[in-house]
Design a protein around this ligand. Sequence first.
Ligand SMILES: [Zn+2]
Length: 397
Amino acid sequence: MSSVHYWNYPTDIFCGSGALGALAERCKLLGMHNPLLVTDPGMLALEPLALLKVHLTQADIPFAVFSDVASNPTMQDVALGVEAFKAGKHDSLIALGGGSAMDAAKGISLAAVDVQGLDRFEWSQVIAHYPTLADFPHLDLPRLIALPTTAGTGSELGREAVLTRSEDSIKRVISHPEMLPATVILDPVLTRGLPAALTAATGMDALTHHIEAFCSPLYHPMSSGVAVEGIRLIQQHLVNAHDDGQNMVAREGMLVASAMAAVAFQKGLGGVHALAHPLGARYHKHHGLLNAILLPYVLLANRDTIETDIGRLARYLELPQPDFEGFLDWVLELRKRLGIPHSLSEIGLDADDAAWVGEQALADISSSDTNACVLDADDYSQIFRNAVHGVLQGAKP
Ligand SMILES: [Zn+2]
């Protein structure tokens, strides 16, 4: 190996049915005396929030709930959250929900301390100025405990927040090492109310994270190993979690796989996310659903570069046809089994914006730079057209 690599692995994790019982104790250990509980509005009447309230109240920990969080959280949501954080004299944060609640809570933790943080820690700035975690300034951000209620984004184990800028609907990735939650609680009980369609879409997001990380050209064998086992967990559990939301073994397997994906994608993501980010911001479609539809088309665009590695992966998964074609067939069959459309036209997108999509995907610095092979804007436009029309270009007949 010719160059020096920088790696850092994440944080305290409590995992399993009943892990929620660790919440109050962790709050006390971390000195969280008055947390702001960040969640999305859809959570207000649901069981997970009620459970959290019981645990905090029984432990005499005062808290307030902030739920003005859009499904693609915006900088404006974060600004409102900071107001609530300061008005309530909160000292810490608890995030309960999917990626939107996690990302909003991380954004609030940063912006509550550093008003310039959302700009100066935007991904392109991070790449230019903070090449390793040790290069970031220490900000003493408020402590954050994360409790995911979906198994998909892995945001609970990430140091990034994806926030949409309201003016131009562009998603920005904000990163600071202190945004990593101090404790993560993976309790499958919190995910059992997730509807089947969301279980499918979020699970396919986690699968895409693992596959894109596995295919990334960056050298990070620890993350590659995590990705391989994460994909196997999804193979084992996603359909069961989708078919029976009360299956706690499957729910836990998916929570673990999803969290692992955030560790895997320290290697980076790729063309699926490079396309899904601008499409999600412009057309307000679910991130996991976009990824699930786009995945086979990007795999085919990367085929020449990833064929050998995917064959190795297919053998580990013990697929009946252990090669690239067999893996592609598995992905296509899984999508179908989960009721996910084959083309973007089926969710209302057309190819009129293909040139814009290509440019935006190329500009998605957090993802396009780590795609398995180099793609230009025209390549991304063509992949997008293929995905709109359902054309598996490059597949063997
Ligand atoms: Zn994703």
